[in-house]
Write a protein that binds this ligand. Sequence first.
Ligand code: TAP
Length: 486
Amino acid sequence: MTVLTSVLELKNYINGEWRLAASGEISKVLNPANQEVIAHAPRSSKEETEEAIRAARESFESGIWSGKTTHERAAVLNAIAAKIDERAEELTILETMDNGKRKDEAAADVADAATCFRYYAGLILHPEGETYQVPDNVQAIVVKEPVGVAGLIVPWNFPLLMSVWKIAPALAAGNSIVYKPAEVTPVTAMKLFEIMEEVGVPKGVANMVLGRGSIIGQTISESMDVDVVSFTGSTEVGREIMRAAAGNLKKISLELGGKSPNIVFADADFETAVDYGLFGIFLGAGQVCSSGSRILVEESIYDKYVERYVERANKINVGPGLDEGSDVGAIVSEAQMNSILNYIEIGKAEGATLAAGGYRLTENGLDKGFFIKPTVFTDVTNDMRIVREEIFGPVVTIQKFSTEEEAIRLANDTDYGLAGGVFSNDGAKALRVIKKIRAGITWINDYHPTYVEGPWGGYKQSGIGRSLGKYGMEDFQEVKQINTKL
Ligand code: TAP
């Protein structure tokens, strides 16, 4: 399927109008597999962001969306899902070209995006609320209402899916939104907004402003007229958002970084543990918040595991996401590639053993894009930066442990608490250990599968709040008590 015959001219979508930035400023959006320009995107201003916020506020107050019945909103969400399915191939190719990931990973994201809209279309119809008798002859009821204007800020690693995780519940709950994608990956977002316009999301309800986080994201976070900000991205920016949001004490939801442990016991199915050890970190070239970037292996199988893991890592085919033979795609941008390469140098300087990879790939035309050979460090200790800091690339560390207690101690010795895995055929032990892992998203004998029903988010510095499931809707709802004197 030929999807791109010319460079896409992206626009903001503010109050139902497609517009370029008033300043005329644009940024070039590159395909990270070959650095070809695939789109031009407006670099919008604070004023344009404020205009989008005003449009969202007016549409919210007007009741044009917030006042619709849940059946009406659900019908629109289902229509969005149907259009995503209809345009799945186009969205998949664009996502691959924009982000660099493998095409089948992008296809799974697109399918999950449609599922997410359908899930929240269903959830909003689900009976909710409470009623109870209180003293003084009063009947109390509890109802949920939309929060108002929701600011949604997303990263570049799952451009479409991370957007939908926020847009679907926010709209289902009846909010109006101001949305900002990452500047490097805005392409599928624009397609999604075209779909929303086509299926009849009313004017002013869904607004998109393209450009820099330091301007648009900051304006959304500081605005006295935004009632909730839902952010996915780095812990560092999450802190800035929290500070800015203090202005009007808006609700916040932060899905942040991770440095997740993947624990392999000697009694695990060996090949399964190797498979998921690889998949856990090399999915999305390691640019996944829940990546199992720290593998902890029981002493008795450590040497065998490292040997097998390195042998398999060396065989991974790195290449353009649209090429059938690629196992791992490109790094999203030159800046991100350089940051990862820098961490590899740090690891070497810290004295870790580089057991596989460790360099940029440049042969067979890969020099045109941003590709890194899957990298494995062994002989690491928990005080090393490559073990403590989120690298967000195809770099894994493998450590040894001798007892269950040591595995848990090493796993939890991190500022983060997003995800974690345990591999063991002793069910009780696996459950005992996973319960001790201080993280919000965990798997036993598996790694990475994500279900729209399950709450997604982290402990400690991995964030505040949860996406997905009924929890994902709660971020976008206020809870009201109504007391009626009988
Ligand atoms: P960030 O640099 O934090 O950027 C995320 C978004 O925030 C982008 O849209 C960015 O805009 C915007 N932004 C930048 N500065 C801002 C500011 N001062 N105020 C408001 N918004 C601002 O993260 P990233 O590099 O795109 O993504 C990687 C990070 O996201 C990793 O740490 C990863 O773990 C995390 N992540 C977490 C999850 C979950 S669910 N926990 C999922 C995916 C990713 P521009 O980039 O356009 O300037």
